[in-house]
Design a protein around this ligand. Structure first.
Ligand SMILES: Nc1ncnc2c1ncn2[C@@H]1O[C@H](COP(=O)(O)OP(=O)(O)OP(=O)(O)O)[C@@H](O)[C@H]1O
Ligand SMILES: [Mg+2]
Length: 228
């Protein structure tokens, strides 16, 4: 737990559409070290999703630098950013984002296929589902699973590439308290046993309670940064 795997330097993000300018981030400088289990909190519109999208190489800053796993994301081509996402990062979104016509196992296998994994995709997908406690649910499609189960499939898919960093934007927003708790425990186990770094945003105080570091954004700036 020492190497910074994410570093941002004076990051500003301004969304422009026509004459309208929305400043979403205003000079964010911070780092995330390998092994962290950290939460980003703050009011609606404070810039949490924008910051996660920049770290996830889904977007580039207006000003400043974002360095992820040694890459300056604003210098990468679209193709290089997409490779970085596919091979080194994992994503969990609020709305599960599973492919509805595929079973849980096929959803995980599909990511392995995109990653160019040639062998044992089926057994690897099954092993990932076992790991998130869904061994018996592998052949179900998303609409045959509860929200909590779907989000566990999303976590299995996110860690399929053995990523160093998983980014999760409000992963428990659609879950009830008990399922939110189970999902956090799953993420924490993956953090502790496999050393995967997690950076997640949340509005939920129970979820924040699990974090070892809490970064508070207000109006696109870091207002507080507390270690627990
Ligand atoms: N694509 C966009 N175009 C224009 N403005 C945007 C866009 N995305 C976000 N914004 C604006 O940028 C600011 C930060 O938005 P962001 O989505 O990062 O906030 P957030 O902290 O994730 O909020 P929430 O808790 O509601 O998810 C807001 O003022 C928002 O209206
Ligand atoms: Mg958001």
């Amino acid at each position: 737990m020492s190497q910074p795997i994410v570093q941002t330097f004076g990051v500003t993000k301004i969304y422009r559409s026509g004459q309208l300018e929305s400043p979403a981030l205003q000079g964010v400088t911070f780092q995330v070290k390998s092994g962290e289990f950290s939460a980003i909190v703050g009011p609606s519109g404070s810039g949490k999703t924008t910051l996660l999208n920049l770290i996830g190489a889904l977007d580039v800053p207006t000003e400043g630098r974002v360095q992820v796993l040694g890459h300056d994301i604003e210098t990468l081509s679209k193709r290089q950013r997409s490779d970085l996402r596919l091979h080194s990062l994992g994503f969990v979104f609020q709305a599960y984002n599973l492919i509805p016509v595929l079973t849980a196992r096929e959803n995980v296998e599909f990511v392995l296929e995109l990653q160019g994994v040639k062998r044992d995709r089926r057994s690897r997908a099954q092993a990932l589902l076992d790991q998130v406690g869904l061994a018996e649910f592998a052949e179900r499609r998303p609409n045959q699973l509860s929200g909590g189960q779907q989000q566990r499939v999303a976590v299995a898919r996110a860690v399929a590439s053995n990523p160093q960093l998983v980014l999760a934007d409000e992963p428990t927003a659609n879950l009830d308290g008990e399922n939110a708790e189970l999902l956090l425990e799953l993420m924490k186990t993956l953090n502790e046993q496999q050393g995967i770094t997690f950076l997640f945003s949340t509005h939920d105080a129970r979820v924040v309670a699990h974090a070892r570091r809490v970064i508070t954004l207000v109006d696109g700036r870091i207002d507080r940064d507390e270690q627990r």
